[in-house]
Design a protein around this ligand. Structure first.
Ligand SMILES: [Zn+2]
Length: 547
């Protein structure tokens, strides 16, 4: 219906307009529901999703035949989703999965997409993450770490990147999957780490995000992979974090609340994790982000200071005129916008209602145009940003951790100490983490993104009544999107929590608190307690490298 109001434009613009129309109707129906129904609508349909995931073990539809070379991925998407929902499959299914993945091991190292298939870095990552998720001696001991290491080293390229398989493509996925596997299995050797940071830096684009390979477009999946890999090898200080942040904040749709993977593309549920997860990483490295922000503005500040000083020396009139031109205007605009109910830091708008800059950051140009034409008919429609405003603006919080090594130590400490016999978190025993946090400088941090709006998109637009989650309304659910919608939801729920492995405050969880999923490791994307168990297991079984 609305498509007719814009006669020209690309196919993507038309799709964007349709999506916004659909999402606005969904959000508006939600906004007009009674408070009792509101709570129901925001529920995570746990049982339906569990049944959907378990149905996979009785057989997959014919549409999955194209994933014959990605079978360890299917194991991971399903097992990890069930783990986040705290619904283990049971010993029988665990044994079958371990047995299947053992048959996917390539005699020359690594895991293939199925028995008899050649090893691939992506399926090796999926297999290792699945076995870590299953956990226990049988699963973890089934991994031939020496052969995996030989495979990783064989994939290593002179430019620092990794080939996905023998003779395969080299891209940032290779860096992430190789580094994550090496980290988890405790087989990180210098040959693997060598020049990885150089390769990833060569993929950071002028937009600030990371592309798949040098000179490729910034992309959400590769940005997560690149930043995660850097965090795992303690090299986040080498990438331009303010540029990355500047790009990624504009990838969250104001209308939808979800994330788009690339500039000017449509939002998609899977980027709830690939893009939303980047914010979880940034939250862990706030001191480095702040340091870089400060370093980038200091020269400007000094230059400005010098300008002011020289202007004052030459003519006080110029300074006065200059300041009278600038300050009142900006003060007025802030006051006007605040009075109009627009947050003072919202995107600037021209007087004709169009955005003045960064169109992809929010309401698309055609949407604004349509709004002008149909003001009466859509006055009741609400966007994700209006429906789920940022709740904890300017709260006082500490950076979670300076490095991920510290995070790892904290996780090991807290998971040992912070659970009582019944598995409940004991607040009084979290003193180790508190102590570390208190040693860090307390700073004012506003949230880096709108985690409530993201949760709103996942719960209201991506859930399917029969179970499973999807890319966007109108699409069918699948196991990939179920996994990454739930991973993104878990990260968003934990985003306001400043304690590692501690339950987030109720206000951080959109909908009933029973929506709370198991927390996941922000870099490896396995449930945090499974990660801790695996790290502990591999440290107790030191790796002996066989040449
Ligand atoms: Zn997707």
């Amino acid at each position: 219906m609305a498509a007719s109001s814009v006669s020209s434009g690309s196919e993507t613009e038309r799709q964007q307009q349709e999506l916004e129309d659909t999402v606005l109707l969904l959000f508006s129906a939600f906004a007009s529901a009674s408070s009792q129904n509101t709570s129901l609508l925001l529920e995570l349909w746990r049982e339906e999703h569990v049944q959907y995931l378990k149905r996979a073990f009785r057989g997959l539809g014919t549409s999955y035949s194209v994933l014959d070379s990605s079978r360890p991925w299917l194991c991971y998407w399903i097992m990890h989703s069930l783990a986040m929902l705290n619904q283990p499959l049971g010993p029988g299914m665990d044994r079958r999965t371990i047995d299947f993945l053992s048959r996917c091991q390539d005699p020359n190292g690594g895991y293939g997409g199925g028995p008899g298939q050649i090893a691939h870095l992506a399926t090796t990552y999926a297999a290792v993450n699945t076995l870590v998720t299953i956990g226990g001696e049988k699963a973890l001991a089934s991994i031939d770490r020496n052969e995996v290491l030989r495979f990783l080293i064989r994939m290593k390229q002179p430019n620092g990147g990794f080939s996905m398989h023998d003779g395969g493509e080299v891209d940032v996925r290779g860096c992430y999957t190789a580094i994550s596997v090496a980290h988890m299995l405790d087989i990180m050797v210098p040959e693997i780490v060598d020049k990885v940071a150089d390769y990833i830096l060569s993929c950071q684009t002028y937009e600030g995000g990371i592309g798949g390979e040098p000179n490729a477009e910034a992309h959400g999946g590769y940005t997560f992979c690149g930043l995660s890999a850097l965090a795992l090898i303690n090299k986040v200080n080498t990438i331009k974090l303010p540029n990355l942040l500047n790009w990624i904040v504009f990838c969250q749709g104001k209308v939808e609340g979800g994330f788009r993977g690339r500039t000017n593309k449509l939002v998609d549920g899977c980027y709830s994790f690939w893009q939303g997860g980047v914010f979880s990483i940034l939250q862990h490295i706030m001191p480095e982000l702040n340091r870089q922000q400060l370093a980038s503005i200091t020269p400007l500040y000094e230059a400005w200071n010098q300008d002011v000083a020289s202007s004052s020396a030459s003519s006080s009139k110029v300074t006065l005129e200059g300041s009278s031109e600038v300050s009142p205007t900006s003060r007025e605009s802030v006051e006007e916008r605040t009075a109009a109910g627009i947050p003072a830091d919202a995107e600037p708008r021209a007087t004709d209602g169009t955005t003045t800059d960064h169109q992809p950051t929010g309401t698309s140009p055609m949407y604004t145009h349509r709004e002008d034409n149909r003001r009466g008919s859509i006055s009741e429609l609400v966007t994700a940003e209006q429906l789920f405003p940022v709740v904890d603006r300017n709260i006082k919080r500490a950076p979670i951790s300076v490095t991920f090594e510290e995070l790892e130590d904290q996780v090991s400490e807290t998971s040992k100490e912070a659970k009582d016999g019944a598995g409940n978190t004991n607040q009084a025993q979290l003193s180790t983490v508190d102590q570390i946090l208190n040693e860090n400088e307390q700073m004012l941090y506003g949230p880096l993104y709108n985690a409530h709006a993201l949760q709103g998109y996942i719960l209201l637009c991506c859930q399917v009544l029969d179970g499973g989650l999807r890319d966007k309304p109108g699409k069918s659910p699948d196991y990939y999107h179920t996994c990454y919608c739930l991973s993104g939801l878990s990260q968003a729920q934990s985003s306001a929590s400043h304690r590692v492995n501690a339950p987030p405050p109720p206000k951080a969880v959109l909908g009933p608190y029973t929506n709370l999923l198991e927390p996941v490791h922000p870099l490896c994307n396995v449930v945090l307690s499974k990660y801790t168990d695996a790290i502990r297991y591999f440290r107790h079984h030191p790796f002996r490298r066989v040449p």
